[in-house]
Write a protein that binds this ligand. Structure first.
Ligand code: COA
Length: 199
């Protein structure tokens, strides 16, 4: 699976979804510095100004490229088509090949753009990419039971609820339960075919 040959540029009716590039620096620092204060327990705090330097951004791009080249994770930035503003990010990480062929879906829309259906639109496109281009068999997401917006997104992109995963992560100073959601490519009418082995 060569990341250089993968079609990483995605378009949906309202969004452009692609990895961050160096020329996105202004857009990226503006997005972080202009979002509202945290609006829920799952809303990351604003970055401190010292984290928004060009040097840190370059490091981030380099790290994301390395993750893609090693087929470990794919980080996507989500831009609004009509004004080009960066409104969030989506990732497929924890990729396991071999007999797993699975990955984990993570998503965040910046809080000044919530409730417009952007997460649903972007996640649906990335999910398709995971099955069709990355050739994953299974995609999982783990959500806190009271994160209602995220539960709604999972349902709308047709992830199946698999059950409560007890004491799954250490978060906010305690081990917390998460609801496991998943889809396999068969759920989207795709028959799984193992990627060709390199000769
Ligand atoms: C979860 C998140 C990505 C959703 O982004 P979004 O662009 O607002 O999502 P959408 O607009 O596509 O859908 C959100 C749905 O949740 C619903 N919703 C929002 N707040 C809600 C609440 N408090 N209770 C119930 N439903 C709620 C919206 O009405 C919408 O459903 P609808 O389209 O049926 O009306 C965003 O809230 C976010 O980034 N949160 C912080 C990070 C996070 O929690 N990430 C997921 C970790 S598992």
């Amino acid at each position: 699976m060569k990341s250089t040959t993968l079609p990483l540029f995605k378009q949906t009716p309202r969004l452009i979804i692609r990895p961050l590039e160096l020329h996105d620096y202004e857009n990226w620092s503006q997005a972080f510095s202009s979002m509202r204060p945290p609006q829920s327990a799952w809303d990351e705090t604003n970055w401190v100004l010292s984290e928004l330097t060009k040097a840190k951004f370059k490091e981030k791009i380099k790290k994301e490229l390395h993750l893609r080249v090693t087929d470990s994770a794919y980080e996507f930035a989500v831009f609004r088509k009509d004004d080009g503003i960066l409104i969030g990010h989506i990732s497929i990480d924890l990729i396991r090949r071999g007999f797993h062929q699975s990955g984990h879906l993570g998503y965040r829309i910046f809080n000044n753009f919530w409730g417009e259906g952007y997460a649903t639109e972007a996640c649906a496109a990335v999910l398709k990419f995971a099955f069709k281009e990355l050739k994953l068999h299974r995609l999982e997401a783990f959500i806190e039971p009271d994160n209602k917006p995220s539960l709604k997104v999972a349902k709308k992109i047709k992830l199946r609820k698999e059950g409560l995963s007890l004491r799954r992560v250490f978060y906010r100073k305690k081990w917390i339960d998460l609801i496991a959601f998943a889809a396999t490519c068969e759920d989207f009418g795709i028959k799984y075919k193992f990627p060709q082995k390199k000769k």
